[in-house]
Ligand binder design. Structure first.
Ligand code: SAM
Length: 210
């Protein structure tokens, strides 16, 4: 997601270091950051944060970690966390390529991937968040009964992810080819989900266990 550069973004994130980790201070110590032992759910590529902040409001006893590589995007999530006074969210300005360096083994209960960048060119396959190197990291940081939930509007990325997850021998708990046809009231729409659904795109969803 591209946003106009905001020269003050880094200062704003750093000033709120009780919520945002910009330099890996809490690497391998995320529990200390929250100060409790509640379950940890993470979203990789939060975008502007509608999804994670809505979930966090609904589930105050779950700890949510939003991971976003773009500082000009992450400030929008921080604004929402501050506005809502959410105490169960932490944000990482971080590249998901190095997820297993940040979290300990078997530490996370749920991982959300929402409308991840599709990287349609073959030569960019390794950047897709359902490429096998990412799956290996998710498996490592997830608890044994932990799950990965993936939503996309992109048919190509959906099909690619089905194959990649299948090759990785994950157990499929849900595969939905038209999530909004009979939308569960507990489905939380992301900003991209709203946009692409309004344009008439199908929304796909996959849930797996490793
Ligand atoms: N999840 C949001 C939604 O559904 O509205 C945003 C979707 S947007 C297409 C994908 C987001 O993932 C962007 O904000 C991008 O900066 C972020 N992203 C992409 N690769 C990433 C990575 N390796 N680590 C962390 N964030 C990443």
């Amino acid at each position: 997601m591209r946003m106009r550069n905001k020269p003050w973004a880094m200062d704003y994130l750093t000033e709120n270091s009780h919520i945002v980790d910009v330099d890996g201070t809490y690497k391998t110590k995320i529990k200390e950051y929250f100060g409790n032992d509640n379950d940890i759910h993470i979203e990789v590529g939060t975008g502007m944060g509608q999804f994670i902040t809505t979930l966090a409001k609904q589930n105050p006893h779950i700890n949510y970690v939003g991971i976003e590589i773009e500082k000009n995007v992450l400030i929008r999530v921080l604004e929402k966390v501050l506005e809502e006074g959410l105490t169960n969210v932490r944000l990482l300005l971080y590249d998901a390529n190095l997820l297993d360096e940040y979290f300990n083994k078997d530490e996370v209960s749920k991982i959300y991937l929402n409308f991840s960048d599709p990287w349609p060119k073959n030569r960019h396959e390794k950047r897709r968040l359902t490429y096998k190197s990412f799956l290996k990291q998710y498996k490592s940081i997830l608890k044994d009964d932990g799950v990965l939930q993936f939503k996309t509007d992109n048919r190509g990325l959906f099909e690619y992810s089905l194959v990649s997850l299948n090759n990785f021998k994950t157990e499929f708990l849900e595969v939905n080819l038209d999530l909004h046809a009979d939308e569960d009231e507990d489905n939380i729409r992301t900003e991209y989900e709203e946009k692409f659904s309004q344009k008439g795109f199908n929304i796909y969803k996959i849930v797996v266990k490793f």
